[in-house]
Design a protein around this ligand. Structure first.
Ligand code: NDP
Length: 259
């Protein structure tokens, strides 16, 4: 199937690791020109080195001017963007009654305001190019919360609602906006946590993660980042032209209700 992505310019936040890296690689494999946005320059460079023509923009997305810097870099190199993947994010762990305002603000800025600000700076570029696609990587936790991360659950739920509102505002400009809610995806944080929790115990980190998969996902395993990335790539394609303002679960059956 031709996805019609050749020479499209795609901005991927969190493009130097995990799901974002897999999305960037999958888009590049379809002929897109990718822009990798994240903080860690050495990881950005390492990924970009393997993707010919990739642009890197090292910014911290919680900074209010980060979106301007991304848009300026994209305009200077490619004249504008056709695709924006808001993927950067991270898990949390806290209790509501003891978490400080600063902690709430950090996750609000990273999961919501970064997407708001990038919409303000990148959507006008898309408009002038005749349209585009904006995708938000939220989480199954936006709907089905995990007990240890209330701030993550809340800010990801806000991101999904933002995605819906933005879709309504932009479809008249031929910009399609959607959200994806992944379930368990085998990326660095999970492995790091599993290794630290099983160190010195008689359980391996692999066994620890397998138990999480068995306990939660009917499919009985984590997704690979590539499996999630392929779904994103399809939504970027004109093949998904009628997909607007929706939220799609890629969760191996973990969501316990129908939506
Ligand atoms: P990783 O930790 O592997 O990657 C996170 C990415 O976000 C990195 O590229 C990181 O780069 C970037 N990032 C984090 N903070 C910032 C910041 N302040 N400014 C710019 N970039 C930032 O995570 P995953 O790939 O697992 O997760 C990607 C997204 O998918 C997240 O939003 C996560 O919530 C969501 N998700 C993940 C699931 C999973 O099971 N893995 C399940 C459901 C959703 P750097 O550190 O260099 O800035």
């Amino acid at each position: 199937m031709d996805l019609h992505l050749t020479d499209k310019v795609a901005v991927v936040t969190g493009g130097n690791a995990g799901i974002g890296e897999a999305i960037a690689r999958a888009l590049a494999a379809e002929g897109a020109r990718v822009v990798l946005v994240a903080r860690d320059r050495s990881r950005l460079d390492a990924v970009a080195k393997t993707l010919p023509g990739a642009l890197t923009v090292p910014v911290d997305l919680i900074e209010p001017d980060a979106a301007d810097r991304v848009a300026e870099a994209v305009a200077a190199e490619f004249g504008g963007a056709d695709i924006l993947i808001n993927n950067a994010g991270t898990g949390s762990e806290e209790k509501i009654l003891t978490a400080s305002d600063d902690r709430w603000q950090f996750y609000w800025d990273l999961h919501v305001m970064a997407a708001v600000r990038l919409a303000r700076t990148i959507a006008p570029q898309m408009k002038s190019r005749g349209g585009g696609v904006i995708l938000h990587n939220a989480s199954i936790c936006a709907t089905q919360p995990l007990g240890y991360e209330p701030i993550y659950n809340t800010t990801k739920a806000a991101l999904v609602m933002f995605s819906k509102c933005l879709a309504n505002e932009l479809i008249g400009d031929n910009i399609r906006v959607n959200a994806v809610n992944p379930g368990l995806v085998m990326t660095g944080d999970w492995i790091k946590t599993a290794k630290s929790l099983t160190e010195g115990t008689d359980q391996t980190w692999e066994q620890y993660l397998q138990k999480i998969a068995d306990d939660n996902a009917p499919i009985g395993r984590f997704a690979t980042p590539e499996e999630v990335a392929d779904f994103f790539v399809f939504l970027c394609s004109s093949r998904a032209a009628y997909s607007v303002g929706s939220t799609y679960y890629v969760d191996g059956g973990w969501l316990k209700v129908t939506t």
